[in-house]
Design a binder for this molecule. Structure first.
Ligand code: OAD
Length: 235
């Protein structure tokens, strides 16, 4: 007799990092850390004022060094380690809190704050300090060619093929701390099979909450560890 191993896909958004001290995107009238999203999170914004955009992400990198993963990030690591089937964590977050907590099977679909991409040779490099006008690409040594390795509005998210393949075959899908405003992530709940159990875990109902079979509302540091305990007791 073969025992089927349940597949689990988890999508996270800014809400899971909120209690670590990183502000969510839509918490203050569309302003993100006092900037319009169009100015700091679009290719046009970067073309218009690259120095403003670099300063903005330099600040975000600095802020990241003062934060720590919270109990929700840690609970997902515990779940990954004990889960008997396939496991994939897809995060929209560009912070490294899942990485620091110890998540392994994880994709950063919107890029990573601690990486830069050279617009000249396309190499992606780890970058933990400020990007300055004379910063050189570690691979091709070109100066002033580095951009944040962030998927901006109008650009294609990363690893979509792997993500869609996992969604099509998973038995459980959970979306944690995401408002459901940004596609394609907001549409993942529609990509799973009809037998898949779907759970939304968010501070409040997201704009796509009616697409989920189950919704749990409250702060991630409480709701996520409780949900993980239940998932593990179901094994
Ligand atoms: P949003 O800021 O749109 O939504 C965050 C969600 O988290 C909201 O629904 C909040 O209610 C919820 N939330 C806040 N605090 C919470 C807490 N303590 N516990 C649980 N939930 C909490 O962020 P995202 O949905 O992640 O894209 O935004 C998606 C994308 O839009 C981002 O990845 C970013 C942004 O523009 C790029 O940078 C490309």
């Amino acid at each position: 007799m073969t025992v089927s191993k349940p597949g689990l896909v988890i999508l996270t958004g800014a809400g899971i990092s909120a209690e670590s001290g990183i502000r969510t995107f839509r918490s203050s009238n569309g302003l993100w850390e006092e900037h319009r999203i169009e100015d700091v999170a679009t290719p046009m914004g970067f073309k218009r004022d690259p120095h403003l955009v670099q300063r903005f992400y330099n600040e975000r990198r600095k802020q990241l060094s003062q934060t720590l993963p919270n109990t929700a990030h840690h609970a997902l690591v515990e779940l990954e380690r004990a889960w008997p089937g396939s496991f994939l964590l897809v995060t929209q977050n560009v912070d490294d809190l899942h990485d620091r907590a110890g998540s392994q099977s994880m994709l950063h679909m919107h890029g990573e704050l601690l990486k830069v991409r050279c617009v000249s040779c396309d190499t992606v490099s780890r970058w933990e300090t400020d990007v300055l006008p004379d910063s050189q690409c570690p691979a091709c040594k070109a100066a002033d060619k580095l951009r944040p390795h962030i998927v901006w509005f109008g650009e294609t998210p990363l690893d979509m093929e792997i993500i869609y393949r996992s969604l099509e075959t998973c038995d459980y899908f959970a979306a944690i701390g995401t408002s459901g405003h940004v596609y394609p992530a907001a549409g993942f709940v529609q990509c799973v099979g009809s037998d898949c159990h779907t759970t939304e875990i968010n501070l409040e109902p997201s704009v796509v909450n009616s697409a989920f079979k189950e919704c749990r509302h409250g702060p991630a540091t409480e709701t996520v560890p409780a949900w993980v305990r239940e998932m593990l007791s179901r094994r």
